[in-house]
Design a binder for this molecule. Structure first.
Ligand SMILES: [Zn+2]
Ligand SMILES: [Zn+2]
Length: 355
């Protein structure tokens, strides 16, 4: 067990923050400190708020013999594994919402068994019920979207002391009637996985907002990247320091607001069509850039890249990204010359993300 404490005197929020290194824990998801904290809190008849940003049981399934991971037939993503309290287990694609039946035997190698990986709310629910003999109360936008539902949550909360939610922000209105003594943020480093220039900022805000919004004193933050500067600054609540370094990084690489990102997406059911169309436009854009160089165009960066989800709703997708300090004039001229509005590209001239 390894953790680091940021005592209230060192955190901007004046709360005790414990940063737990999940690489050193025996259980992949539930740290020893988390279990001790819940035990202590329940003994005092106080309450616990657990935050995990995944609604299903697990991220997906994997074969323990051949490592096959089932994917959606329409989209290039793994199928999330759901285990409802009533009815059969099922899989769901979170893009196109297709449902899948699952068997425990691997469909590829026929000798392996399918095992879950990654943590979701339903798995925490099952763990809490088994360990503490109490059904946690799930509070999210779906379970609390009407007055009768809110009333029901309020009634249950009198006897139920463990709450589960995908974010503290969406459930903040509930905090006035029952302040949790202990807030636990699981998988806090999740946003850093995404290859986007905003990933660090998203991670900082997930952690920092949870700490700031939590009305109580003790917060446990579980991650596998304890040394990451963004995570450490978020735990300290050092918003000014983070903003300064994040701003410098964005300025240096001309990311918004110090430049623009224009994303052109092309999608087609035939993969080869996507490649040829993207390649043609890429050649045309680079030709225009080289043909008419000027000072400003030196900062125009053009590249082709697949998006994070390469195939969705049965269509392959590819991006051309034009970014830089001053791209607007180049983009407008190029789009007119290449008659881009007639060519079936989805265009976002001031994209907020590049994934
Ligand atoms: Zn799908
Ligand atoms: Zn297999």
């Amino acid at each position: 067990m390894a953790y680091e404490q940021f005592p209230a005197s060192l955190t901007a929020s004046q709360k005790d923050v414990f940063l737990i290194d999940m690489k050193t824990e025996q259980h992949p998801y539930f740290s020893e400190l988390m279990i001790r904290g819940i035990n202590k809190t329940l003994r005092q008849w106080w309450s616990v708020w657990i935050i995990c940003n995944k609604n299903s049981y697990a991220k997906g399934l994997i074969c323990d013999s051949c490592w096959y991971i089932p994917q959606c037939k329409n989209c290039d993503i793994t199928i999330s594994y759901h285990k409802p309290w009533e009815g059969d287990d099922f899989g769901m694609c979170h893009i196109c919402k297709s449902y899948y039946k699952f068997s425990t035997n691997c469909s590829q190698c026929a000798k392996g068994k399918m095992k879950t990986y990654g943590l979701g709310i339903q798995q925490i629910q099952e763990y809490i019920l088994k360990t503490y003999k109490t059904q946690p109360l799930i509070i999210n936008s779906a379970s609390a979207n009407s007055l009768p539902k809110v009333k029901r949550i309020e009634e249950k909360a009198i006897t139920n002391k463990i709450y589960l939610s995908t974010s503290l922000a969406t459930t903040a209105p509930f905090l006035w009637w029952e302040s949790p003594w202990l807030t636990i943020l699981l998988d806090a480093d999740n946003p850093l996985i995404l290859p986007d220039y905003q990933a660090q900022s998203n991670c900082f805000h997930l952690i920092n907002d949870t700490i700031m919004q939590s009305p109580h004193q003790t917060i446990l933050v579980q991650t596998k990247k304890n040394d990451h500067p963004t995570i450490r600054l978020a735990c300290k609540g050092a918003i000014e320091e983070f903003t300064k370094s994040d701003t410098e990084r964005k300025q240096q690489h001309h990311y918004p607001p110090f430049g623009d990102i224009c994303v052109l997406m092309y999608k087609n059911e035939i993969e080869q069509n996507v490649f040829s169309t993207i390649n043609k436009l890429y050649q045309e854009l680079t030709y225009l850039k080289e043909r008419h160089p000027n000072q400003e165009q030196e900062t125009v960066i053009i590249y082709a890249t697949p998006p994070l989800i390469y195939k969705a709703y049965n269509k392959y997708r590819y991006h051309i990204i034009i970014r830089g300090k001053n791209i607007r004039e180049f983009v407008e001229n190029a789009f007119v010359k290449l008659e881009i509005n007639k060519r079936w590209f989805k265009i976002d001239r001031q994209a907020k993300e590049i994934i």
